[in-house]
Design a protein around this ligand. Structure first.
Ligand code: NAD
Length: 480
């Protein structure tokens, strides 16, 4: 049984209460680890370590910070297999995905921000005719809180932590209690890379206790959060009266819009991925597929054919396409949406059932599921399911599909498949989403702004946006 510990002030520690939470392995449903059930006191200790480290870390040279971040990145690459195996076991995702995406991206996050901080600059404004010059200081905020979800555990944890420390802040961070393993393993790497103690403190535990203690802490001045929309709303409510800086990356219900003039084979292959990668548990998955009526029947046959070929299997097998869902409650939630779809007149074109794998009968496996819906107003087209479930429906005109794409409370991402340049320009202007992909999906450049509109979030991560979030700008005006 693996016993995970908090990482506070450069040391691994048990929770003060000595209370622990069981951690499940999604592929077989067994408890295989325990994580600290951290309390307010543990968060206070993490805060104290962070505030003590802050004066020195915030004054460290950019070169020194950059060197450490890049060293962390290199150590993650050296330990890729160990981290990928831990991520796959803890989350249920195929090992191939953890090896190709999750851990390399976590390493890239550190490398990217290790380099970006050396290029981060501020403006100056000469006030012509007033004999004055203004310049902007971008100063680290102090101690900041970073809270992340379970779907891309180390990938999203490091997407926050790396810019926060690169900008000179000290951090109290909490990974999801469902997938704490790789954040725990990161502690060793932080030590080996020479990150000074207290700069990054990792507290494990429940959102309602450890997470709540971070967001309520009067001296943790900024919160960067990725997770569900309702948790984001709660955090905003708690943080607003304390005037904390907030970055909220929340849920999505993203349209995937397919026109008849697209590159069909490329679209088909990518649409299978954008529907079911990571068991559909990516906030950017295109869970509402709209297909131009003239190719709808052809698409339906071809898409279902491809989806049926996906191999559901144990996450550790290299041939597995679809691993286990992250937890039993999540599996039950996703299954409940399939029932709702049936009640509302949706037609299950394939999948829809829990899968029992030989030798892993208690694992949380589910068939990739395609539901044909009659209207965009149904619950499965309006609510985030966050599992291997997509809906499809035909559309007639560009205006019709735009209206349906936008008629949802979320606004994270959208994908369009077309070779018509003018349509691309028209639609990307009008789509209500923070990210629009044309003829691709999840192609990421870490310099670009990342985030959603409407209930998908507030603020942007990525590139200099993240470094701006993790700094306060101060204008200095000099009269001469
Ligand atoms: P969640 O909101 O349940 O939990 C996310 C994190 O918040 C966890 O670490 C949890 O412990 C913590 N938390 C819960 N209650 C808290 C509280 N009161 N105070 C402080 N922290 C608290 O989300 P989840 O189920 O882990 O993740 C799935 C959700 O994340 C989906 O809605 C998905 O769309 C979203 N997501 C969004 C993005 C994005 O970039 N927009 C990326 C990935 C996932």
């Amino acid at each position: 049984m693996i016993k995970i510990q908090n990482f506070i002030n450069g040391k691994f520690e048990n929770p003060i209460s000595d209370e622990w939470i069981d951690n499940y392995c999604p592929s077989d449903g067994e408890v295989y680890g325990q994580i600290p059930n951290s309390s307010k006191q543990d968060v206070e200790n993490a805060y104290n370590a962070a505030i003590e480290a802050f004066p020195s870390w915030s004054k460290s040279t950019l070169e020194a910070r950059s060197r450490i971040l890049i060293k962390i990145s290199e150590l993650l690459e050296t330990n890729l297999l160990r981290f990928a195996e831990a991520e796959s076991k803890n989350n249920g995702k195929p090992i191939s995905l953890a090896k190709a995406i999750d851990i390399p991206r976590a390493a890239s996050n550190f490398r990217f921000f290790g380099n970006a901080i050396t290029q981060f600059a501020s403006e100056s404004h000469e006030s012509i005719g007033q004999n004055a010059i203004n310049y902007t200081l971008r100063q680290p905020i102090g101690v900041v809180g970073c809270i992340s979800p379970w779907n891309l555990p180390l990938y999203l944890f490091t997407w926050k932590i790396a810019p926060a420390i690169a900008a000179g802040n000290c951090v109290v961070a909490k990974p999801s209690e469902v997938t704490p393993m790789t954040a725990y393993l990161l502690g060793d790497i932080l030590k080996e890379a020479g990150l000074p103690k207290g700069v990054l403190n990792i507290v494990h535990g429940l959102g309602s206790t450890a997470g709540q203690a971070i967001i309520e802490h009067p001296n943790i001045k900024a919160i960067s959060f990725t997770g569900g929309t309702s948790t984001g709303a709660h955090i905003a409510k708690v943080a607003a009266p304390m005037f904390k800086k907030l970055s909220l990356e929340l849920g999505g219900k993203n349209p995937n819009i397919i026109f008849a003039d697209c590159d069909y084979d490329d679209m088909l292959e990518t649409t299978v991925r954008s529907s079911f990668a990571n068991q559909g548990q990516i906030c950017l998955c295109g869970s509402r597929i709209f297909v131009e009526a003239s190719i709808y029947e052809r698409f339906k046959i071809d898409f279902i054919g491809k989806v049926k070929q996906l191999k559901i299997g144990h996450p550790s097998e290299s041939s597995t396409d679809i691993g286990a869902l992250v937890s039993k409650p999540h599996l039950e939630k996703v299954l409940s949406y399939i029932d709702i779809a049936k009640d509302e007149g949706g037609k299950i074109l394939c999948g829809g059932n829990r899968v029992t794998l030989k030798d892993y009968e208690n694992g949380y496996y589910l068939e990739p599921t395609v539901i044909e819906v009659k209207t965009n107003d149904c619950s499965v087209n309006q609510e985030e399911i966050f599992g291997p479930v997509v809906t499809i429906m035909p559309f007639e005109t560009e205006d019709d599909v735009l209206e349906m794409a936008n008629k949802v409370k979320y606004g994270l991402s959208a994908t369009i498949w077309t070779n018509n340049l003018k349509r691309t320009m028209r639609m990307s202007n009008k789509l209500q989403a923070g990210i629009v992909w044309i003829n691709t999906w999840m192609l990421r450049d870490l310099r670009t702004p990342f985030g959603g509109i409407k209930v998908s979030g507030v603020g942007r991560e990525g590139g200099f946006e993240a470094l701006r979030f993790f700094t306060e700008s101060k204008n200095v005006c000099i009269k001469y």
